[in-house]
Design a protein around this ligand. Structure first.
Ligand SMILES: Cc1cc2nc3c(=O)[nH]c(=O)nc-3n(C[C@H](O)[C@H](O)[C@H](O)COP(=O)(O)O)c2cc1C
Length: 325
């Protein structure tokens, strides 16, 4: 298994970072750490786990993120994920959606640090790979430094040595998940303060980070930077990540078109395996943003994918509208 280097990771994003998106992102960078979307632990334990665990070997290193709050179910799910080859298991303690709250997991778990500690202890007991936590800096009115520190230290005592902190709190009632990624203000200082106090912990920062420049700046003080939306809206910036962040100056793609052409054999393979075209093309729609013809490219993909017969021809046809010069 490849040793995971978390200097730059791509955030778990439901309906975004599926295995096709991850395959594509891996073509842009050999070194970024990838995360799955959040996968409910219950689904791995009580349903056929194969569709949830499926991934391509080239995606490695890839972390699985689990959602759940039953220690035994999380432990069993972790074991299945480890057996499937995931290099770390991450527990979601940051998602504020109603669906997640109804299952009593995600961000609401921050209110009960002892219970999260029980979950981590059970998961760690079941696997050899690291078990990590992705959390917020607070929830609702529990947003003091003391609350955050108590959460981290309680979970640390259960054996968690690595945290990814989305540097804003979550409001569990009244804000949609989208608003919860925008409205509560970012407080990077709190994450930096945590690292200063707990040098022994591995700490990554997340929230509103969009460039490799910002990433390098945070890496002076922290172990890792996690980028979410920008990796979906503007994935091309990752073409420079291996050189800029990991010091690996291998040859990179000369253009988006060259990258997309190289991706087409994967698209053909997955279509033959039965994957719908809409799923195979949705993460490609923003690739040419800013170029003449980008809009027509995007429209062609989104309008024709539901009815097209051949994904490769569709993508090539859409690409013809774009002028890269
Ligand atoms: C569409 C979407 C889906 C998301 N799904 C998840 C998820 O499954 N698990 C999770 O921990 N966070 C999820 N997030 C939150 C991101 O992981 C990240 O914490 C957040 O977007 C802030 O980072 P950013 O400002 O770089 O986007 C999601 C975000 C978006 C935009």
């Amino acid at each position: 298994m490849t040793f995971p280097n978390r200097r730059l990771s791509i955030a778990p994003m439901l309906d975004y970072t599926d295995r096709h998106d991850r395959y594509f992102l891996r073509m842009l960078s050999k070194h970024i750490l990838l995360y799955t979307e959040m996968i409910p632990a219950n689904a791995l334990v009580h349903a056929d786990p194969e569709p949830f665990l499926r991934h391509d070997v080239s995606e490695h290193p890839v972390v699985i993120q689990l959602g759940g709050s039953d220690p035994q179910v999380l432990a069993e799910a972790s074991k299945k994920a480890e057996d499937a080859g995931y290099c770390q298991i991450n527990l979601n303690c940051g998602c504020p959606s109603d669906r997640v709250q109804n299952g009593a997991f995600g961000a609401c778990m921050m209110k009960n640090a002892n219970h999260v500690a029980d979950c981590i202890a059970a998961m760690k007991n079941a696997v050899h790979v690291p078990v990590t936590v992705k959390c917020r800096i607070g929830v609702d009115h529990d947003d003091s430094w003391e609350f955050f520190l108590n959460f981290i230290e309680t979970v640390q005592k259960a054996g968690c040595e690595e945290f990814i902190v989305h540097a804003r709190k979550a409001w569990l009632k009244g804000l949609s998940p989208k608003e919860n990624r925008e409205v509560p203000p970012l407080d990077y200082e709190r994450v930096l303060q945590l690292k200063k106090l707990h040098q022994e912990l591995t700490i990554s920062i997340n929230g509103g980070i969009k460039t490799l420049e910002q990433t390098k700046e945070f890496l002076k003080d922290l172990d890792g930077v996690m980028i979410g939306r920008e990796a979906y809206e503007n994935s091309w910036f990752l073409n420079a990540a291996d050189a800029e962040i990991f010091g690996d100056n291998h040859a990179v793609w000369k253009s988006q078109k060259e990258l997309l052409e190289a991706y087409l054999p994967y698209v053909a393979r997955e279509q033959t395996a039965g994957c719908p075209l809409t799923i195979l093309t949705r993460h490609l729609s923003k690739l040419f943003t800013g170029f003449p013809g980008a809009r027509k490219y995007r429209q062609t993909l989104s309008e024709e994918a539901p009815k097209a017969k051949d994904a490769v021809s569709l993508i090539r046809h859409a690409m013809e509208f774009v002028s890269e010069t």
